[in-house]
Ligand binder design. Structure first.
Ligand SMILES: Cc1cc2nc3c(=O)[nH]c(=O)nc-3n(C[C@H](O)[C@H](O)[C@H](O)COP(=O)(O)O)c2cc1C
Length: 196
């Protein structure tokens, strides 16, 4: 059975978020492709994870020694066991909403999502072969796809070798045919699912 982790950083919620709508087109195609797949959603729109402070990182290191399955390690365990990781986040200020960064810090745990070999090399511990990053933007993204670049790098650190980016751009440009752009995006989402 395929486990798909859906990291939902579509902060405007299901009713308003275009990014969320594109993610659903992708999941529709996933369900057709892998009918038994289980999609686990990590919904970040409530922003309920605390900002990782210095004392909290110390507490996290201490707790890992005695209780590695404590709730604070849940983001890391879900990341490490997923077969496919799908991140949906709107393009905010050249990257993504802060709630996603907070989540990714909680998902980056030495001994769960990555570790160091005896030779001192960093090695990923996650199972997924692919990470899919879905975003929509008001204008063109061009070379400034920093959110995706970061996820691609972090995915490599976690041992996820391939990262794919799906964008729908220019949705807030005056006069843009948003319905057509969204329909093209949904089509590309389905095509991407077919390639995985
Ligand atoms: C806080 C904020 C920051 C944004 N920053 C950018 C930006 O840097 N570049 C851009 O093209 N659009 C930017 N936008 C527009 C969004 O990327 C665009 O409206 C997107 O489709 C929103 O996705 P959503 O419908 O899933 O919420 C921003 C919007 C918000 C609310």
């Amino acid at each position: 059975m395929k486990e798909i982790l859906f990291v939902n950083a579509c902060m405007r919620g299901q009713d308003l978020s275009r990014t969320w709508r594109i993610s659903q087109a992708f999941f529709q195609a996933c369900k057709e492709r892998w009918p038994d797949a289980v999609i686990t959603e990590r919904n970040l729109t409530g922003c309920d994870l605390p900002v990782l402070s210095g004392p909290m990182t110390d507490e996290r290191d201490r707790r890992f020694q005695t209780d590695p399955h404590a709730p604070m390690f849940q983001p890391a365990w879900e990341m490490s066991r997923a077969d496919l990781v799908v991140v949906a986040a709107p393009y905010w200020d050249l990257a993504f909403p802060a709630a996603l960064k907070i989540y990714l810090e909680w998902a980056s745990v030495l001994g769960i999502t990555f570790h160091y070999t005896e030779q001192g090399a960093q090695e990923g511990l996650c199972k997924a072969g692919d990470l899919v990053y879905i975003t929509t933007s008001g204008g063109p993204i061009g070379d400034s796809n920093f959110g995706f670049q970061y996820l691609q790098g972090l995915g490599k650190m976690f041992g996820i070798p391939r990262a794919h980016c799906l964008t729908v751009e220019g949705l807030d440009v005056w006069g843009a045919d948003t319905d057509a752009l969204m329909a093209q995006g949904a089509q590309r989402a389905q095509e991407l699912a077919a390639t995985l």
